[in-house]
Design a protein around this ligand. Structure first.
Ligand SMILES: [Zn+2]
Length: 322
């Protein structure tokens, strides 16, 4: 084993077979990883906590670390329950020191802000060694989502493989869309690493039903990659939407609050709405009429603001044509 010759802090290719813990750390940022190293095969990277207020991915991965003991594993599974520890302990989406959104900071730089350094560390020490990648997200504290699995389109072998991996999470619907910069998936995309993300419900909690979908989906995915023996599925037919509009699945840009105030939501997740239909209200804290938020398009409500205090520009709803 020639660790000294490796350009990585921890070379996954030369790690002995078995279960390992390693803390990746550099320039004042770091995260904990648990690694199952089996025989020859893919290197699957799984992480939660890219955003600090999303708890389904961290919970599922922590359960796997405690309980999952695969026999005859082919390949290597890297599990990072909480990637963004600063944001996690702040209970916030973004890092408390620099207000940075880790999902907009990739590829990052070695001597940048905390968030930028964290992106750089993750990309250069872990993501670069992966052959496949799954980033586990959710609606966090402020949003509630109609859960889905997604990926960046781009054609060719990578997109076909991503579609196959996404189908493993058959109890969520699937949303594919064009490249957006700054994400973990953006870095994977540039490196031609098949990568998907999962969005669980969020709303500040962890639904057992979402954990069950993640657990089933990841087991299906491991069989799909031939890391584990056994059949995939049988899979249910997945509702599927592939968009050419990069902004369609960009949750932070739709139905912005026109002013600060108190938000009231008048529809339910999963409702089908028509263009122009009233979805909710924003009352100012001063005397005055509330602003009526109307549907910008026809579609299904797939994201809804849960936190009722809103600032001007906060996204309130996302609709998808499914
Ligand atoms: Zn997220």
């Amino acid at each position: 084993m020639s660790v000294a010759a490796s350009k990585f802090q921890l070379s996954l290719a030369t790690l002995p077979t078995g279960f390992h813990h390693h803390r990746f750390e550099a320039n004042g940022v770091g995260f904990n990883a648990w690694i199952w190293r089996g025989g020859t095969g893919p290197v699957l990277l799984l992480n939660g906590g890219t955003h600090g207020d999303e708890y389904e991915g961290p919970t599922l991965l922590r359960q796997w670390i405690d309980n999952w003991r695969p026999t005859q594993l082919r390949g290597t599974i890297v599990m990072i329950p909480v990637l963004n520890e600063g944001a996690f302990f702040a209970g916030a989406r973004c890092h408390p020191f620099d207000s940075g959104n880790l999902a907009r900071a990739f590829p990052g730089v070695r001597d940048g802000t905390e968030t930028s350094r964290l992106a750089h560390l993750f990309e250069t020490e872990v993501l670069m060694q992966a052959t496949h990648y799954v980033d586990l997200h959710s609606g966090g504290n402020a949003y509630e989502l109609h859960p889905w699995v997604g990926y960046m389109t781009g054609g060719g072998r990578v997109e076909r493989e991503q579609r196959t991996l996404a189908a493993c999470f058959d109890r969520f619907w699937c949303w594919a869309g064009p490249f957006l910069p700054g994400r973990t998936l953006s870095s994977a995309h540039k490196r031609r690493i098949p990568a998907i993300y999962v969005e669980c419900r969020g709303a500040g909690g962890v639904r057992p039903a979402d954990l069950a979908v993640l657990d089933r989906g990841l087991h299906n995915l491991l069989r799909q990659l031939n890391c584990l023996d056994g059949p995939v599925g049988p899979l249910e037919k997945q509702r599927f939407r592939s968009s050419r509009d990069a902004e369609e699945a960009h949750l932070q840009v739709h139905h912005p609050a026109p002013h600060d105030g108190l938000f009231a939501c008048n529809i339910l997740l999963g409702d089908a709405v028509r263009q122009g239909q009233p979805l909710g209200l924003v009352w100012p804290l001063t005397p005055g009429e509330p602003a009526v938020i109307r549907a910008e398009r026809q579609g299904t409500v797939v994201a809804c603001r849960r936190q009722r205090s809103v600032r001007r520009g906060d996204a309130l709803f996302t609709l998808a044509p499914i």
